[in-house]
Design a binder for this molecule. Structure first.
Ligand code: ADP
Length: 408
């Protein structure tokens, strides 16, 4: 039997879609009570064997099959829902929320997708050639299969769209910068906004009164300085390549290295792009980007892993210092994402020896592991140091639901 909207667990939920070049992640979430009804991942789309993991209300299904493109992947996901008795097109979904990486100068808010919005996302795609095209493919594929459900684009750049001029501009010829839309946009905005708001709730403080440093440390990593809920600086720039050392990305690098690799190394721009984005960062330094393995190797005295760890920390501490100065007074430092939420040594080492600045970590609190927001600073620390688990899917679901509601 298929559910009707009235008795369906899908009624009022949001389908959150994150389409990558060969993958599709999705969740079905109740934005109100935060319940995750379904969760899934399709990998290796376009290859001979695609892998699908689909979880719906406690039941997990795994499949391997050939899926030519995102359209086929989404059709299969809808079929898997159908197998559980849910016709998702008829079950009362309130919205689809699409993660879109780059909003350029055009989008500073979650936006209801229509033909004009779709073509604008396409127009700015050269700014994020690895990310926006697959995001668009996801949008098109879902809209074909769920044409009656409002679709909302939630942009990674939106939170940072009003960065002050001194943080948003590169010291580049102004005409060239204008012509090619070169400026600092910032990314991971959905996460930085979500955890900075949640930190204020956790501390029972008014967001407007807080000066915060947010450290989103995942495979991709970025930091931001947030004053009263508004970001004044962030480490990622025109693309997600700038800033902190990441799993496979360089972070900040002397642009002169591009000239050297091209002129002396004879490398093409595409090769340099791949080197900087996929073969650098921790992976480039020590052959590995899984932080658990790196920490084990550091512990065992591995020289390459130790160097990688020190380069990573050096960059991170440099930005923490910079943001302390930019903010003038810091109330909270927040760790989030895979490394930030789980790697206690990274938290301890990145804030070591800063007692003079009012930052003191409590080792016992820092060692606690759970999925809740928590304080890891000592009682006598002037700055509150927190671990706040991020939840970008929930943030997207809330934003999509609210845009869809106001569009009705
Ligand atoms: P992204 O969303 O950017 O792909 P995540 O936020 O999922 O990344 O973070 C992935 C990173 O988190 C990986 O480097 C992984 O090794 C690290 N990580 C996950 N769990 C742990 C842990 N227990 N200790 C150390 N690092 C961890």
């Amino acid at each position: 039997m298929t559910d009707t909207a009235e008795n369906s667990p899908i009624d009022g939920t949001v389908l959150v879609v994150n389409a990558g070049s060969s993958s599709l992640k999705y969740q079905v979430i109740h934005p109100g009570d935060e319940e995750v009804v379904a969760d899934g991942l399709v990998e290796r789309i376009g290859e001979t064997t695609s892998k699908v993991t689909h979880w719906y209300r406690g039941d997990e299904v795994k499949r391997e099959c050939e899926l030519a493109d995102h359209q086929a992947a989404i059709a299969l996901v809808l079929e898997l829902f159908q197998d559980s008795g849910v016709d998702i097109a008829e079950s009362g979904l309130s919205a689809v929320g699409h993660r879109v990486v780059h909003g350029g100068r055009s989008f500073s808010q979650p936006t209801l997708i229509d033909e004009k919005v779709r073509s604008e996302i396409e127009r700015i795609s050269p700014l994020a050639p690895l990310h926006n095209p697959p995001n668009l493919v996801g949008i098109e594929a879902v809209s074909k299969l769920l044409p009656d459900v409002p679709a909302v684009a939630v942009f990674d750049t939106a939170f940072f769209s009003d960065l002050p001029a001194e943080a948003a501009n590169y010291a580049l010829d102004r005409e060239v910068a204008e012509e090619y839309a070169i400026r600092r946009y910032g990314f991971h905005g959905t996460s930085h906004e979500f955890v900075s708001q949640l930190a204020a709730e956790f501390l029972e403080r008014d967001l407007a009164d807080l000066n915060q440093i947010v450290l989103h440390l995942g495979n991709g990593a970025s930091a931001s300085a947030v004053r009263g809920g508004t970001p004044i600086d962030t480490t990622m720039g025109m693309t997600p390549l700038e800033g902190l050392v990441m799993g496979t990305r360089t972070g900040d690098i002397d642009a002169g290295i591009v000239f050297q690799l091209s002129r002396v190394g004879g490398m093409s721009i595409d090769e340099i792009d791949k080197l900087f984005n996929k073969q650098s960062g921790l992976k480039g330094l020590c052959g590995e980007n899984d932080f658990r393995a790196i920490l084990e190797r550091v512990e065992a005295g591995d020289e390459d892993a130790d160097r990688a760890y020190r380069v990573y920390l050096h960059r991170l501490r440099r930005y923490i210092g910079a943001y302390m100065i930019e903010l003038g007074r810091v109330d909270t430092i927040i760790f989030t994402a895979g490394v930030g939420e789980n790697a206690a040594p990274v938290r301890a080492d990145s804030l070591a020896d800063l007692e003079g600045y009012g930052i003191v970590i409590d080792p016992e609190r820092n060692a606690v592991r759970n999925g809740e927001p928590r304080r890891i600073s000592a009682d006598d620390s002037r700055v509150e140091v927190l671990v706040v688990p991020t939840n970008e899917e929930l943030a997207i679901a809330r934003a999509a639901s609210s845009v869809a509601r106001s569009a009705r």
